[in-house]
Design a protein around this ligand. Structure first.
Ligand SMILES: Cc1cc2nc3c(=O)[nH]c(=O)nc-3n(C[C@H](O)[C@H](O)[C@H](O)COP(=O)(O)O)c2cc1C
Length: 402
């Protein structure tokens, strides 16, 4: 009798212990996922829906609501628009001086490049709607550089006119809705001659695009990418600036709808909620040291698997040229996606703070020998993984009523 009861009891204890462990782990996972926001609707992704623009009657808002899908430095989306009260075909784009990133972008150059990305996306959206969008850059004059922020508030970057145009074509329209930036390693497949030619042909007045695939260029530009990242991770003001705009919960992302989040590291789905929960409960997992290590590792892994680099340069470095460079970058990024490619800017080495001065000068000596300014350095290739879309503001939040 006793002989049969003991194993039975042991089995029961084992069963209870297993059930308890499974129960505790499930509960803990439930808590982490709930903290990570698994039950919170991601309103910050709404603008990515192709139907999002349909809620707006005004064509200017329709196109602005798709233009805001454009990439921007630190995803700050530094855009304000005003709708001309007297002319329903006209709107104005202003740079938003409350959305500067002074540590990494002390001259607000990238902020102006990010005005160009908005304009290019807007023109693609307009063409799809049957309009030609024309841009008059700095129609009321250039900024007063001695009082830049005040100037940005009152001087538009562009007067935008929409005119019905039956011939308007938007070959890259579908690419508007694909994630912009892919920071993962790419396949080692080289760009085809057709891809390279189609991309290089995008160079336009004011800004030039070079696509470089030669072994020595890839090695040199990879080294600049890694060196720039290393220097930036040692620049406390830059890491603090990024940390300020990093949002680790769905609630915070719904509030901010700009800046960085775990999607920027390629995390999506279940893993997104798990990671967000973990870093909210244990913030040191995403602390300065961990962030620096992961930035360096990601850059190294990325440049180790990069088929080509794009360099966008301008003859001078005026505000107008910066905007034109942004337009070319956006067109490059959209066309790349239409061709099945993806890209990631590596901007660190082009940033104008003192500790970056040596590699900044070196890359310019090597790749801008006639005194041009390199506005964008971008890695390009065939994706190994799909990247999730990132936060975007609501279109109505961009509208400023003067
Ligand atoms: C001027 C400019 C500079 C950028 N620099 C970098 C960069 O150095 N590294 C990077 O990974 N992404 C960079 N980006 C991409 C932005 O971080 C990205 O557009 C933004 O976070 C929104 O994400 P998404 O493009 O995936 O939608 C840059 C974009 C612009 C327009």
């Amino acid at each position: 009798m006793l002989r049969t009861t003991r194993p039975h009891r042991a089995r029961k204890v084992l069963l209870i212990t297993t059930a308890s462990v499974v129960g505790v782990v499930t509960l803990a996972l439930g808590v982490v996922l709930t903290v990570g926001g698994i039950f919170v609707p991601a309103t910050y992704l709404q603008p990515w829906a192709a139907s999002y623009s349909a809620q707006f009657e005004d064509a200017r808002l329709k196109v602005a609501s798709q233009a805001l899908l454009a990439p921007s430095g630190h995803n700050m989306q530094p855009w304000t628009i005003t709708l001309d009260a007297a002319d329903s075909d006209v709107l104005y784009l202003f740079a938003d001086p409350t959305r500067l990133s002074p540590a990494v972008d002390p001259l607000a150059r990238q902020l102006l490049v990010s005005q160009g990305t908005f304009l290019e996306y807007l023109s693609v959206s307009a063409a799809h709607l049957g309009y030609a969008a024309t841009f008059d850059l700095f129609p009321n004059g250039e900024y007063d550089e001695t009082d830049l922020e005040a100037s940005m508030s009152v001087l538009p970057v562009a007067r935008i006119t929409l005119a019905a145009d039956a011939q308007a074509v938007a070959p890259d329209f579908d690419a508007l809705f694909l994630s912009d930036t892919n920071r993962a390693p790419y396949t080692d497949a080289p760009l085809t001659a057709t891809q390279t030619d189609q991309l290089t042909a995008l160079s336009r007045d004011g800004a030039t695009l070079q696509v470089l695939s030669a072994e020595q260029d890839r090695a040199a530009l990879a080294a600049f990418g890694v060196e720039g990242t290393l220097i930036e991770t040692e620049f406390a003001a830059a890491t603090a600036e990024s940390a300020t705009v990093f949002h680790s919960t769905e609630g915070a992302k719904n509030d901010a709808r700009s800046g960085f989040a775990v999607e920027g590291q390629g995390t999506s789905g279940f893993m997104k909620y798990l990671l967000q929960g973990l870093i909210t409960i244990v913030p040191s997992l995403n602390g300065e040291e961990a962030g620096a290590k992961s930035a360096i590792a990601m850059t190294q892994a990325g440049v180790d698997h990069t088929a080509a680099y794009g360099l966008i340069s301008t003859a001078g470095n005026t505000r107008t040229e910066q905007v034109q460079a942004g337009m070319l970058f956006a067109q490059f990024s959209l066309r790349a996606r239409s061709l099945g490619l993806v890209m990631q800017p590596l901007s660190q080495v082009l940033q104008e703070y003192p500790t970056m001065a040596v590699p900044y000068q070196a890359i310019h000596e090597q790749y801008a020998p006639h005194g041009e300014t390199i506005q964008m350095l971008v890695r390009v290739g065939t994706p190994t993984v799909e990247y999730p879309t990132s936060m975007r503001r609501d279109a109505t939040d961009l509208v400023h009523i003067p």
